[in-house]
Write a protein that binds this ligand. Sequence first.
Ligand SMILES: [Zn+2]
Ligand SMILES: [Zn+2]
Ligand SMILES: [Zn+2]
Ligand SMILES: [Zn+2]
Length: 344
Amino acid sequence: MKCLNCDAQMTNVTVKTKKDSISYDVCPKCGSLWLDSGELDKMAFRVEGSIEYCEAAKDPAPEDQPKKCPRCDDCTLDKVKFLESDTIFLHRCPNCGGFWLDSGQLDLVDRELARIMPVEGHGFSDFVNNIHVPYWFQRVQQPSSKTDFEVHVMPLQGAELTGRTDDRCPNGDSLLNKYSIFSMEFEGCPKCKGVWLIQDELRELKNRIDDGSLRWMNDEIENLEKSGAVASNLACPKGHGNMVSVMFGNSKVVADWCPVCHGTWLDRGAFDKIIDYLEDESSTVNPKILEKQLMEDLRKVWRGAPEGRIEELRDAGSTLHALLNAGIFEHPDLFRIMMGTPRM
Ligand SMILES: [Zn+2]
Ligand SMILES: [Zn+2]
Ligand SMILES: [Zn+2]
Ligand SMILES: [Zn+2]
């Protein structure tokens, strides 16, 4: 492993404690640290709960030079807030969950922890600086190159490999594999990490992200085929000839779509960009406006119904909730009938 800041060969340090062993890679030149998923928690064994759960918002300030994960093939590290801190931004790999800490950041993390949950004992820096503490048995140092390993990158994060196919990747670099995620199957390329989604799979997949918060964001997907298609030079993996390139909504995300089987090809990372885009879109829609619109539409549909029925529907929030629960947004045809809009 090379240091992401100064390109020096890192040193792996494995510290054995009574119950466990902790491993980290440190740059001998600048003091930056790489901690694989779980190692930061292990270092903080006196702290209750996990301190690696620092989802939070990404740092709004874009980086001049994005850092790439030392373990995962071509994965850019996310800048994430450490716990609730507004000032400590660490780098975390979205694929393997490892953390990159620039020199001095461990001290900041240490201080932040001491502030929010004071614990007895020595800090992280003492640990890394090898200041003797009785329950550390043994410390082994060796060049990181001796302990380096690679973490496999799935086409969609969290997916599992379930089998192989005879379908050729549109980019021509491999045969596609079968994967499953959220108990859904899809095909993807083990090389270029592109994803092939048949018919309704893109919508299905999106519906299962974030506990279904994007279930009603269907416009862009419904309209994919109409969105300024231009001929693509990628061929449908199912042998239907060249696909067409389509723009996803108002985003800059380009997908390739087969006019014959209606499958969609997404290049590496495109699905995440689509989800980011939909989340942005959904956050700009004021729920009140949405509810009002829905209420008006419902009124039209229920026009002529007995007065009492309208009263029942007056609580737009609960109506929306009921509709969501009924999964109506997952059935576009049913939704159109309800809303009285003609089939496009
Ligand atoms: Zn360095
Ligand atoms: Zn990684
Ligand atoms: Zn490929
Ligand atoms: Zn096709």
